[in-house]
Design a protein around this ligand. Structure first.
Ligand code: FAD
Length: 491
């Protein structure tokens, strides 16, 4: 069993991590090369603007490389929830934008001949429990109202006790890493700097000055597509979102072919085939602040996969995505005062389509073109009841876990070779490896000062509040933190 996403299986990368870059000035700087950032770069490639995209790691290897790579508008209960929170008109717009994104990917793959294992498949939305029927029926009504053609089936061959099911044709599945790296290769007018971490961003006279780990970049406009923005203000993203973590297994299986499915309500059971050789299965998802026993959740997925599919797992990984309090993604100007600072985040686990939408919308905004979806996704849209209610629930959860990690210094789930203790008045995390070597790091996330939890399965220090992750030597693996937790060096 390999502890990494299946998409990284045969990936070959240029390993020149220490390339130096000189300072530069550009019209547009994109920070973050996942599907959102690279799609934006692609849409700006022929704009005659000078465009640079930086990524702290390799392009496409963030959360995008951990997704299940489905392109569908049957996104669990999303359409129902958007209609409930924002009304039919807004939900219809979201549905149309999603369909447009699927067409965009399909057409781009075809036009540029991108090798990303794209397959057109039907998508299934199923009910595994009687209590889900009401949302299921409302979703069907919605689809009928927008004129979508679908079939209802009561019997589908998935191992989830499916009670009812909707099938739609013409959705797709692909390899997200191959797609994003394929898009990058087409963008010959964009400068891509990999292994370049954005550390700080300040407003200058004519735009922004971004300090990176390799150079300083001045840009008239900056687009932040780092999955979770690394700044807290402006935008206040931590107060508009929460994080959901999920676990995925991939295993050899040729029973479930050319397929993509998900159930309508949590707990989620998601399935898709990959080249009719593997199946990817995701379950055990939870709000990140609700469970910090990552190893147990991995074990649950291993058992669940065995029970449902009678298969041994070849690849296993976990990942998280950002969920917005009012259900819609946050794509556009960070706020009305920062018109030259844009972001895309909060994809609610549907970033293959929402990241693609971000590419179209953000490029239109920076080029001053009209886009009919600008208002729908605007990060500074108004307050709604759903937003306030979810904000209160999420704040209680985060405060609980924040205080929990402060009060319980010696977490009981730590193994004998992992502990936290004060060293020179600083709370440290200590991991002793199989060669008896001690790896000591700060036990404090630089982002919002939450204490870190040791993830024994991945051997990482994880922030239970906003998802930053660090290796045993304190190097930053995943943001929003853009600082490491090394003892001797803050940056
Ligand atoms: C279990 C699971 C399954 C999913 N499956 C699907 C699916 O089937 N279909 C779907 O539509 N969506 C799916 N999603 C959602 C989707 O994977 C994400 O929404 C999407 O990948 C996010 O893309 P992104 O570009 O915003 O982020 P990322 O892919 O994480 O890209 C952000 C990039 O920014 C870089 N970065 C971060 N900080 C800095 C910094 N300070 N300086 C420079 N670079 C930085 C990172 O290295 C990274 O490469 C799934 C999510 C989960 C959790």
């Amino acid at each position: 069993m390999i502890n990494k996403p299946i998409w990284l299986k045969d990936l070959k990368l240029d390993k020149q991590k220490n390339k130096k870059y000189s300072d530069m000035e550009v019209d547009i700087l994109i920070i973050g090369g996942g599907i959102a950032g690279v799609s934006t770069a692609f849409n700006l490639n022929n704009s005659k603007k000078s465009v640079c995209l930086i990524d702290k790691s390799y392009i496409g290897l963030g959360v995008t490389s951990c997704s299940t790579g489905k392109l569908t508008f049957l996104q669990s209960d999303m359409l129902y929830k958007i209609e409930k929170a924002h009304g039919f008109k807004m939900a219809k717009k979201y549905y149309e934008a999603t369909k447009m994104a699927i067409d965009f990917v399909r057409n781009t793959v075809k036009e540029y001949n991108i090798d990303c294992d794209l397959e057109t498949v039907p998508s299934y939305l199923y009910v595994t429990n009687e209590s889900e029927l009401s949302i299921f029926n409302k979703t069907m009504t919605f689809l009928s109202k927008v004129g979508e053609k679908y079939k209802v089936c009561d019997n589908i061959n998935f191992p989830f006790n499916v009670k009812r099911c909707i099938e739609v044709p013409n959705t797709a599945i692909f390899n997200p890493v191959k797609y994003v790296r394929g898009l990058m290769n087409i963008c010959t007018n964009v400068k891509f700097l990999e292994n370049t971490l954005a550390i700080d961003i300040v407003k200058g006279d004519k735009g922004y000055i971004v300090k990176t780990s390799k150079n300083t970049i001045k840009a008239k406009k900056v687009i932040v597509t780092t999955h979770y923005p690394f700044f807290i203000t402006p935008g206040l993203v931590p107060f508009k979102t929460h994080i959901e973590r999920s676990y995925i297994s991939a295993f050899k299986n040729n029973v479930y072919k050319n397929t993509s499915g998900i159930n309508i309500k949590k707990p989620i059971f998601s399935i898709r085939s990959y080249k009719n050789e593997y199946v990817l299965y995701s379950s055990c998802s939870h709000k990140m602040s609700n469970h910090i026993d990552y190893e147990n959740r991995y074990n649950e997925l291993i058992n669940d996969t065995k029970n449902k599919f009678q298969s041994d797992i070849d690849y296993i990984w976990m990942t998280h995505d950002i969920t917005t309090n009012d259900i819609l993604p946050l794509i556009g100007k960070v706020n009305s005062d920062s018109k030259d600072l844009l972001m895309a985040t909060g994809f609610n686990k549907w970033g293959m389509t929402n990241g693609t939408i971000s590419g179209m919308l953000l490029s239109d905004i920076v080029l001053n073109k009209k886009n009919k979806y600008e208002k729908l996704f605007s990060p500074s849209r108004g307050i709604s009841i759903t937003k306030i209610t979810n904000f209160i629930i999420d704040s209680v959860n985060i405060t609980k876990i924040y205080l929990g990690t402060k009060l319980v210094k010696n977490h009981s789930f730590y193994k004998s070779n992992v502990y936290v203790k004060y060293i020179n008045d600083e709370l440290c995390g200590v991991y002793i490896d199989s060669d008896n070597k001690k790896h000591i790091v700060k036990n404090l996330c630089p982002h919002m000062k939450c204490n870190l939890i040791f993830n024994n399965f991945d051997k990482t220090w994880d922030c239970p509040c906003h998802g930053s992750r660090f290796d045993i030597d304190g190097n930053i693996l995943e943001g929003p933190s853009n600082y490491n937790i090394k003892i001797d060096n803050d940056k």
